[in-house]
Design a protein. Sequence first.
Length: 374
Amino acid sequence: MRDRETDDVFKTLVSELHSTLTPTTIMGITILAVGLFAYESLQSTPLLIATIAATLASLGKIAVSLAHRRADATKRSTVADAARWEKLQGLFIFVIAACVGTLATVAFAYRDLSVHMLAVALTFGYCAGVTVRISVRPFIAATAILLAALPPTLSVMLYGDTAHWILSLLCVIFLIAAMQSMLHVYGTTIRQIRLFLDMEHQARHDPLTGLLNRKALCEAYLSLGTADDVLTCVHCFDLDGFKSVNDRFGHAVGDALLAEIAGRLRESLDPPALAIRIGGDEFVILHPDVRDPADAEALARRVVALLGMPYQIAGDEITIGISLGYTMAISGSVDLEQMMVTADKASYRAKRNGGGIDREIPATLDLGKFSVAA
């Protein structure tokens, strides 16, 4: 089912596995209580081994979930990270499920009705919990349910009397229902996560160009932090003659031109630089982690040259001018709005001079310590 999941959906679903701390704790205590009672009643060594193993595996699952939660909270996980956490979580889930299945199977090997009742309750309770909380990873959930429920169901069938045949039939029916419910929960969760991610994407992206919007720009800037040895550069630019393009060719062509410009920006920028459309024909480039001021000038020249090349839209060749201004500051020393105002001033000067590039650097910023050439 991995092919139904985008990378973001996959990472979100795997993250749900560390939300099972409370159910895992409750189930671990329940397994310990039922197992000890069954051992006290039957004096079966396999029962004791399964109980101890399940308890240790529950503690391991809790420890892994805590570590998984901390990892998700401290850094943005990659697909590879999520895959590793999924395997580790699945390992402990499989061990617990196998212990539950072993405990119930051994219990049904003895003719003690009280132990039978507890074994049935434990098996159904565990499978219900898996169906509800682990269905986000259907392979893990289905395997766990089969490990926990199938062996005791077969054990019940061996009794051969009517009551036990009915009980085994109920187990099979509930097993099938659990699988169907698991797939339903998984499908519903997938749809909800996709809807959430789509809404989150729309909240941070410009619908016409697909570039980041002002909200995403603010969030990205705030996430940069402070560093005395690193510069952050903000480039602001707009299009010269964009109104005449709309008047001559129509707004549909104007929109297509903006989309083409966005595509060229994406191709020309290397991470961690970001392109943002803040409205109309106004764009911003956030250029963090600049260690040589010459890099900011080089980026500005590359962008102006690339965006100034002709565009073929609806059979017409369109050329547009760029007026770009930029500024820079020590990372975290100046707020974003102030930097954008400063870069806008440089952009306006560039426009008054016929387009191209201008810059405005605060008098208090000593570029000499960042680059000898500066």
